[in-house]
Design a protein around this ligand. Structure first.
Ligand SMILES: Cc1cc2nc3c(=O)[nH]c(=O)nc-3n(C[C@H](O)[C@H](O)[C@H](O)COP(=O)(O)O)c2cc1C
Length: 318
């Protein structure tokens, strides 16, 4: 079966700069969901979202914008905005687990409110021709919540539902609940994409064997931790290219250059890169000491030297 690999968005990480660098250096991702657009009560698109969705900034990537809202007017406003930019689809986030979001009945806090979901989908389909897809968890409190939503979703031509096989209460911790994901497959006619903990080729293969009907896979944190992952999944190999560290450095340097242009001051640039290292380090378990040094630097020059030392030492291993 041919697999479609989707970059599952990470707000603060998978912006257009990251997407372009990933695409240029590694490939393997077919579609990128952009991190969500959220309006804070005003029908107004913030410049940061404008830049991220601007087609000129996304020339080499297939991007699908995402919204997080519990309001039909907001949905329609953003649908109109992205349509003007040339997008045909808007993905709806019903997965975000953070209390600041869920307490306001958004993200995974909206899953338990089937009538609200129905009302929003009804208006969106009546008033717009935007293609709607959804990204959900299986619930906030328990993984059966989604089963009360599936029947109403049958009324709408939802393109697909990406399901992160956790509940909101778990945040990003604990295991994915594959039995509950299986139950989801049995309770909907909609096209389901799998999401959660695809962190290695081996993990992917286990999921592929367990869910033979799934052919769309969403990779979130695993993509940042190991940007080689999608192309290795596609090539069905667990072997990294022989110049792994050279390729990683080129990718890293492009991100550094991009963020240095965007941000001012060594501190902000290093902080941004350090956030990425929180994920990169997962692929280099034996080099925590060197990575700690990278994250502790204060001047860009020291940062670059620390990265160079790390790459040199790792090149001896890989
Ligand atoms: C820091 C962070 C930011 C995220 N931002 C978004 C987002 O903007 N939209 C979204 O649908 N999911 C978001 N997610 C969830 C991921 O897309 C993904 O669903 C989740 O991490 C599970 O997949 P994974 O195990 O492959 O990472 C975010 C996750 C993290 C850790």
């Amino acid at each position: 079966m041919s697999h479609t690999l989707i970059s599952s968005p990470l707000q603060g990480f998978t912006d257009y700069r990251f997407r372009n660098a990933l695409q240029r250096h590694f490939g393997g991702i077919d579609v990128f969901y952009a991190p969500y657009v959220r309006l804070n009560g005003k029908l107004e698109i913030k410049p940061v979202y404008e830049r991220d969705l601007n087609p000129k900034n996304n020339l080499d990537c297939t991007v699908i914008p995402q919204i997080m809202t519990n309001d039909a007017d907001e949905f329609l406003f953003v649908a109109d905005y992205v349509k003007q930019l040339g997008y045909k689809e808007l993905n709806w986030n019903l997965g975000c687990p953070y209390p600041m979001v869920t307490n306001r009945g958004m993200g995974s806090g909206l899953i338990c409110n089937a009538p609200k979901i129905d009302e929003i989908l009804d208006r969106v389909h009546a008033e717009s021709d935007i293609i709607v897809s959804m990204k959900m968890r299986m619930g906030y409190e328990h993984p059966l919540e989604i089963l009360d939503v599936f029947p109403l979703l049958e009324k709408y031509p939802i393109k697909n539902i990406g399901i992160h096989a956790r509940i909101g209460k778990q945040l990003y911790k604990g295991d994915v609940d594959l039995d509950s994901f299986q139950r989801c497959l049995e309770h909907t006619n909609h096209k389901i994409y799998y999401n959660g903990d695809i962190t290695s080729v081996e993990a992917f293969k286990e999921l592929e064997a367990r869910f033979p009907s799934i052919d769309h896979w969403m990779i979130g944190r695993g993509l940042i931790a190991d940007p080689f992952l999608p192309s290795m999944i596609k090539a069905n190999t667990t072997d990294y290219p022989s110049n792994r560290m050279e390729l990683f450095l080129a990718f890293h340097n492009e991100l550094l250059e991009e963020y240095a242009q965007q941000l001012s001051g060594d501190k902000h640039i290093i902080l941004k890169m350090s956030h990425l290292w929180e994920y990169f380090e997962l692929a280099f378990e034996e080099s925590q000491r060197l990575i700690k040094k990278i994250k502790k630097t204060k001047k860009l020059e020291d940062y670059q030297n620390a990265v160079a030392t790390f790459i040199a030492e790792e090149s001896l291993i890989y």
